[in-house]
Design a protein around this ligand. Structure first.
Ligand code: R5P
Length: 266
């Protein structure tokens, strides 16, 4: 691996722990002003110090993130469809590699929609990004998207999608946690991070999912709504960091969360 690629990978997966806390803020690219991300800067600023990387689009990056903040960025470079359009899966590449380089990104991310009418174009899109990424030393995050079909999130489907991303050259894969998750991680030869999905009922549910994913081979999270849609987003991200980087158990993370929430811990 070339120096530039290694350097960027180490901005995403922290060399001291081998783990990653990515903060997903890209939802607006197909959902518009999602709940609690209506004014992105207000959501992003308090969380920035606790995210190893932020994942978002060029528009929100340029307009809502201070370039002097020191943020490491994984740029969402796919899109072109919306939640109200006919085919959410019909995505293309939205952002050129030159622009990603200009924005000094740590990596770029693209969704693939395996098993849909659009699998070929999205998988070839991933492949094209990898061609460019290898040329310029920029890691590519393959995202195994399910669109509106959340029920697709089982080990068989996710293992298939993750493995295809890795085969096509993705340097990291983002997927969902599922039952029998180890099947997904063991059959994917590149690091896996998990999305959080829609907001879960309790904090402990989020901590259990994060812990179980790490235990079963994920290197971390690329999580959004379960952090910033929560009433105490800073307490959430700090507790999640505790699991990812300090091997806290879910119960310990929950205690940390409660202490931060009650102002008993920083
Ligand atoms: C994925 O395609 C989305 O754009 C989000 O980045 C992803 O779902 C992670 O966010 P959340 O934890 O809210 O699911």
């Amino acid at each position: 691996m070339d120096w530039g690629m290694k350097n960027r990978m180490s901005r995403i997966i922290q060399p001291d722990t081998g783990r990653a806390v990515m903060l997903a803020l890209d939802h607006g690219y197909f959902l518009g002003p999602t709940h609690k991300l209506e004014v992105p800067k207000e959501t992003i600023d308090p969380l920035l110090p606790y995210a190893d990387t932020i994942m978002l689009t060029r528009g929100v990056l340029r307009n809502c993130v201070d370039p002097g903040s020191g943020a490491n960025v994984v740029l969402r470079v796919s899109g072109g469809t919306s939640i109200v359009g006919p085919h959410l899966e019909n995505e293309g590449i939205t952002t050129s590699f030159e622009e990603a380089i200009k924005l000094n990104v740590a990596g770029v991310g693209i969704s693939v929609f395996v098993g849909t009418e659009y699998e070929r174009q999205t998988l070839l899109g991933l492949s094209e990004l990898v061609n460019q990424g290898e040329k310029y030393g920029i890691p590519v995050l393959g995202i195994t998207a399910v669109g509106k079909e959340l029920e697709k999130r089982d080990d068989r489907y996710l293992a298939l999608s993750c493995r295809i991303c890795a085969e096509l050259g993705a340097h990291i894969v983002k997927t969902y946690y599922c039952e029998n998750f180890e099947k997904v991680t063991t059959s994917c030869p590149v690091p896996i991070v998990i999305a959080g999905g829609p907001k879960l009922e309790t904090e402990l549910d989020v901590f259990n999912m994060t812990y179980d994913a790490i235990e079963q081979g994920a290197v971390g999270v690329d999580m959004g709504r379960n952090i910033w849609q929560h009433e105490y987003p800073v307490a959430m991200i700090k507790a999640i960091r505790g699991i990812v980087h300090e091997n806290l158990k879910p119960k310990e993370a929950n205690e940390l969360y409660n202490e931060i929430k009650q102002g008993k811990a920083a």
